[in-house]
Design a protein around this ligand. Sequence first.
Ligand SMILES: [Cu+2]
Length: 138
Amino acid sequence: MNTIRMIIMTLILGLLGHFYAYAEQPFKLEAKEGYYQFPFFDSKTPVWSYNDQIPGPLIRGKVGTTLVFDFVNGLKEPSSVHWHGLRIENAMDGVPGVTQDPVEPGNNFIYRLKLEDAGTFWYHPHFNSSEQLERRVY
Ligand SMILES: [Cu+2]
């Protein structure tokens, strides 16, 4: 029963998350704390998320264009955005301590991603990943 509930919830959340970014238009992506009303739950759940959405916004772009993101860290700890699987400039890969400094609370970072490949990819934090992912920042 719980498996069916989780599948339905995942489908609903996937359909709700259809916000798009377009090439060359800066898209604000904010990690922040909040509460989220999951379907079938009686009360809201404390979460950390991108733009108050779970999962975060669905972002689409065309190969050959550049997507620009203004990432704002509204969490109480450093964060970053790693663009999992995308072939992009190393400085934009979002790995604190390796490709960039961590984005401190209240600060922002501009990510510019030139899209080289078609496909479906995932973005997520790469700072304290185990906790930030578990709290739904993805
Ligand atoms: Cu990853």
